[in-house]
Design a protein around this ligand. Sequence first.
Ligand code: FES
Length: 118
Amino acid sequence: MERIASVDEIPTKGVLFDYKEGPFDEQGILVRTRDGFKAFKNECRHLPMRLDDREPADIWDPHGRYLVCNSHGARYRPDDGLCVSGPCEGSHLKELPVVVKGDEVYLETDKIGGFFNV
Ligand code: FES
């Protein structure tokens, strides 16, 4: 289990963090939800590209309501990662296991077989 951030440090638009899945360097997105926090792999379900692979690098829609893939416009709900519109509508971002302990949010690395760096 590795610390991602303190609850107080996580901005409204969440935080990106690096981690490993086996030998692969990956990036995650930790977001605030109505119930707490969720983390997702920063990889679109249309094509294996990061949501912020193209400009603008902001992964949120202008209203801060959905995560957006800048390649072809897929929009994902931050509460559950469901793609609500775009070429992969109906699919989900890959959720990463996180847990809140005290004032800290941790990635449960033992459940994904890797480690990470913020
Ligand atoms: S790669 Fe994300 S919508 Fe196409």
